[in-house]
Design a protein around this ligand. Structure first.
Ligand code: NI
Length: 170
């Protein structure tokens, strides 16, 4: 297993659209395991392959306190949405920034597991928000894209400032 490098906004590679996984083999399983290890190491609850510069439709999630309930979603897609909910979100690709995003409250979704079996499921709450956030990543979209232009502008300034500080330290 290996810990992968997580891309940070405004890296253009976060805007690439991931392609469908057509064959679920050992390579895909290894990518998923490495993604889980990376997510745990970085302290996240979800990670999409796009964030580690792999353009395949793979998502990993673990919402448990003990970090022992990994969920691996291959080719996840939302088939139905209900209601709206706002939640404060963060993202491993946008460090140290949190903001409120409106999303569907409940989702119905399909995915394949590592055995290639297609599973249909539905969920609400944090898992529903997380699935929507991660599928956005696979489509090159970030949660900060939902913010007002003013807020995005402020965030960009903050990130530029952080980069300058880091360059001074190094
Ligand atoms: Ni994210």
């Amino acid at each position: 297993m290996a810990i992968l490098e997580v891309l940070h906004f405004p890296d253009d590679r976060l805007r690439k659209k991931a392609v469908l996984v057509d064959k679920i083999d050992n390579d895909i399983s290894e990518i998923a395991q490495n993604m889980l290890e990376t997510m745990y190491a970085e302290g996240g609850i979800g990670l999409a392959a796009t964030q580690v510069n792999i353009q395949k439709r793979i998502v990993v999630i673990d919402l448990s306190e003990e970090k022992n309930e990994p969920i691996i979603l291959i080719n996840p897609e939302i088939t139905n949405k209900k209601g709206t909910e706002t939640m404060r979100e963060g993202c491993l690709s946008v460090p140290d920034y949190f903001d409120t995003v409106e999303r569907a409250e409940e989702v119905e979704f399909n995915y394949q597991d590592l055995q290639g079996k297609t599973i249909s499921s539905e969920t609400g709450g944090l898992l529903a928000v997380c699935i929507q956030h991660e599928i956005d990543h696979l489509n090159g979209k970030l949660f900060i894209d939902y913010l007002s232009p003013l807020k995005r502008q402020r965030l960009k300034k903050k990130i530029n400032k952080q980069e300058k500080l880091q360059h001074k330290i190094l």
